[in-house]
Design a binder for this molecule. Structure first.
Ligand code: GLC
Ligand code: CA
Length: 566
């Protein structure tokens, strides 16, 4: 690939008009609504049942009209797909199943012409086991200098038959796999925090750091506006790879500092990346996927000389409960203020049960839920939760299909499942396929416009009810979730008091409700199952349910959010 892509156009002028608003003039990303595309499941251009880059490209006008600012693409790089592309074999190539580098170039250019920014996924914690470095390290045997780019160790026990330490894979089973030497004898073990097909890089090796700086530049030169950094908290391991020493490791994850997660050394890496991002014009950003024990520790990733944003997983994990929501909102805002980073908000992504299904079930079931629950309740709450999220100060993430109110598909047959975790945990966990089902666009027959032909394939089967949830079916219906998202994003753009900001002003309100003000904007939320009567705060702008305004009073519908102008 030798084309000169360095002149890739920047987002069109009309896209930057929005930046005239409040804090946004300090950076487009401070109030951006960023839409996550999961390439496998967004749009399939050639009818092989797998979404692809030309498919995404053809649907960009839909995203522009929806009203989002940027698109984050989950990995589309060359990959054997052991973990749906989060196992990268070549960081500078597009997997043929998704298209070509020229398709990526065209997608970036088209997006910019429409005023949309593009964020790509970067997977620096591990590569695929098919990556050239790893393959050579295996082929060349224990003396290979390439081994030091990963974590190879001799096993414990008399014959090296035990793993080098007690770490477990996030996907289940030991975090180590034993290799065979070139002569066929049993050899060293290698570390993989995820699947065995995802060996962890050794970030102490300068070649690894150099390579990733070069990969950053490759995509920046292609014109991307930023990177979502996969497992950003995992790159550095505690010296000596110490044992964890008992306990239920999976339960500890995210609650404790682990010898393989959230080590202080990761921050030096992000400082060096920030210097590269800053060399490029147009405010290129880095977004950390960092699961840390506290929001305060998450804030470390977005100090002024590090990354720009970090996902707010504490918010994602919060139940539909006024007091809990208020607690996490305050905590999030308070934690980001000292580092001057925007707070981010997210309700769904490709790793968790969609929020329409989380809120349909009893709280406390976690993010891998296997029961549909009360669908209508879940959707009502999901719509309310979205309006709340979009009213908060900072940047918000929307996961493809949530604008259609899609539930998780909880009854996928085991034969179609692909989540590697499902197989490693013997069906105890690994239900992420349920949120990855291809989305419905149009028509009455599967794949509902996901692919070009009715009756054609889709890599995961779609439920028959999705015909009624398609983009086509919802467009123009004022009661649809899609039109709610479109209206909400339009109001958010038009209201100077929405978007960037560092705080909200809480107003007194009855138990189970939240009322907060931002300038001349007020948001009211009722998380209870009962209607609640309060003084009307102003003129109704938007309602997730049927808000009734009656003289000077309003009745907040059960599980609803309303937006008001005062
Ligand atoms: C991140 C991704 C997830 C993937 C894992 C390993 O958590 O979001 O999908 O399985 O990293 O790369
Ligand atoms: Ca395809």
């Amino acid at each position: 690939m030798t084309q000169n892509l360095a002149d890739t156009s920047r987002p069109a002028a009309d896209a930057t008009a929005h930046e005239a608003g409040t804090g946004a003039s300090r950076g487009w990303w401070r109030d951006a609504v960023i839409y996550q595309v999961y390439p496998r499941s967004f749009a399939d251009s050639n009818g092989d049942g797998m979404g692809d880059l030309p498919g995404i490209r053809s649907r960009l006008p839909y995203l522009r009209d929806l009203g989002v600012d940027a698109v984050w693409l989950s990995p589309f790089y060359a990959s054997p797909q052991a973990d749906a592309g989060y196992d990268v074999a070549d960081y500078r190539a597009v997997d043929p199943m998704f298209g070509t580098l020229l398709d990526a170039d065209g997608l970036i250019r088209d997006a910019h012409a429409l005023g949309l920014r593009i964020i790509v996924d970067l997977v620096p914690n591990h590569s695929s086991d098919q990556h050239e470095w790893f393959q050579r390290a295996l082929r060349e045997g224990p003396a290979s200098p390439l081994r030091d780019r990963y974590h190879f160790r001799p096993g414990k026990g008399e014959n090296g038959e035990l793993p080098p330490n007690d770490w477990e894979s996030i996907f289940g089973g030991p975090a180590w796999t034993r290799t065979a030497n070139p002569d066929g004898t049993l050899g060293d073990w290698y570390l993989h925090l995820f699947a065995p097909e995802q060996p962890d890089f050794n970030w102490e090796n300068p070649a690894v750091a150099d390579e990733f700086r070069s990969i950053l530049r490759f995509w920046l030169d292609m014109g991307v506006d930023g990177f979502r950094i996969d497992v950003a908290h995992g790159l550095v391991k505690a010296p000596g790879l110490p044992d964890l020493g008992g306990g239920d490791q999976l339960k500890l994850l995210g609650n404790d500092v682990m010898p393989f997660f959230d080590q202080d050394g990761v921050h030096e890496i992000y400082r060096s990346w920030r210097r590269i991002l800053d060399e490029y014009p147009g405010q290129r950003i880095g977004v950390a996927e960092a699961w840390t024990p506290t929001v305060q520790r998450t804030a470390n990733y977005v100090r002024p000389d590090e990354l720009h944003q970090a996902f707010n997983f504490q918010y994602l994990g919060t139940s539909w409960d006024a007091a809990e929501l208020r607690g996490v909102i305050d905590l999030s805002l308070d934690s980001m203020r000292p580092v001057d980073a925007p707070t981010t908000w997210v309700l769904s992504n490709h790793d968790v049960t969609r929020h329409a299904t989380r809120f349909a079930n009893e709280p406390g079931l976690g993010t891998q839920i296997r029961t549909p629950g009360d669908r209508a309740l879940g959707l009502r709450r999901a719509r309310a939760a979205t309006l709340l999220m979009l009213a908060l100060p900072g940047s918000a993430y929307v996961y493809q299909g949530e604008e259609l109110g899609l539930p998780d598909v909880t009854d996928l047959p085991d034969e179609v499942r692909q989540d590697p975790s499902f197989f490693r945990q013997a069906g105890q966990d690994g239900y992420r396929d349920g949120c990855r089902v291809p989305i419905p666009w149009s028509g009455t027959e599967a794949p509902y416009g996901f692919g070009p032909v009715a009756g054609g394939p889709s890599w995961l089967p779609q439920p028959a009810e999705w015909a009624q949830l398609s983009v086509e079916a919802q467009t123009g219906d004022p009661t649809s979730t899609l039109e709610l998202y479109r209206s909400a994003l339009a109001v958010r753009r038009a209201q100077a008091d929405l978007g960037a900001g560092t705080g909200v002003e809480w107003l007194d309100s009855p138990e189970g409700t939240l009322v907060f003000r931002r300038g001349s904007f007020v948001c009211t939320v009722n998380t209870t199952a009962e209607p609640v009567r309060i003084p009307a705060p102003g003129r109704l702008l938007l309602s997730s349910a049927d808000a009734v305004v009656d003289g000077g009073e309003t009745v907040l519908a059960p599980d609803s959010t309303d937006w008001w102008a005062v």
